[in-house]
Design a protein around this ligand. Structure first.
Ligand code: URA
Length: 245
């Protein structure tokens, strides 16, 4: 199937009608300039965990996460959910925290929201083997409540190390919790969408979009999610040097 036809088919599966006018993201949402050399454009993660996490390789990091007891969530989890995908991925998807199904199966985004995320990824020419998917929290908060700041603090070195090992071309933050934490802001998600942020010292492009669970509840917002995805695709195609100054 030609690329365009395949993309339209995936859009339909996302619940987006093919006649939606695609606004070139650049016209409305120019990429923010890369930070000057040495400058930080986004949060320097404040470590409350063990500094040595920053030196772990994939195997040691996974072991550390799976055995982590740094916060109260370890007592109620079935298992920690480390992340899944290609360790050399161009796209890193960051969600909030495992839900019941993820806690049971040990993989992020495997419930209903995960099926929509898979469709979103396919629309971008990605899947869960080519991209990498991780969460802000590695353990499920009871009853899917919002993560506590202390829990996020205990987990953030793990995600920072995953990002450092992957060195993605693009981070797609799905949902308010992921976006606000990665950008160290309390701005609402509606203000964070529609432009390209930068994460960390490497200035990795970061695009914010709605959480697939929200899109399942509010299908009318899928058009905006498609615009976010276009912005992400465009950003991931930009030359890497722009993000590494
Ligand atoms: N929601 C998330 O944010 N992450 C998951 O892994 C599952 C649901």
């Amino acid at each position: 199937m030609p690329e365009r036809a395949r993309q339209l088919a995936y859009l339909q599966r996302m619940g987006i009608e093919a006649w939606v006018r695609r606004v070139p993201p650049t016209a409305e949402a120019p990429m923010e300039p890369a930070p000057p050399a040495g400058a930080m454009s986004s949060p320097a993660p404040q470590s409350v965990a063990d500094d040595a996490v920053a030196a772990l390789d994939w195997t040691a990091l996974r072991e550390r996460v799976l055995g982590c007891t740094a916060c109260q969530l370890h007592a109620t989890r079935t298992q920690a959910v480390f992340g899944v995908g290609n360790p050399d991925a161009d796209w890193l998807i960051v969600g909030e925290a495992p839900g019941a199904e993820e806690d049971r199966r040990g993989e992020p985004f495997v419930g209903r929201a995960g099926q929509l995320l898979d469709a979103i990824l396919r629309a971008a020419g990605q899947d869960r083997r080519s991209a990498y998917i991780a969460n802000i929290l590695k353990c499920r908060p009871p009853n899917n409540r919002d993560p506590e700041p202390e829990e996020i603090g205990c987990c953030q070195d793990y995600l920072a190390r995953q990002i450092a090992l992957i060195r993605p071309r693009l981070i797609l933050a799905v949902g308010r919790i992921a976006a606000q934490h990665l950008l160290a802001t309390d701005q609402p998600i509606g203000r964070l969408r529609g432009r390209v942020h930068r994460w960390g010292e490497a200035g990795i492009p970061l695009v914010v979009t709605y959480h697939p669970a929200y899109l399942l509840r509010s299908p009318g917002e899928k058009r905006k999610a498609w615009e976010d995805l276009q912005l992400a695709m465009q950003s991931a195609r930009e030359p890497v040097e722009a993000a590494e100054q």
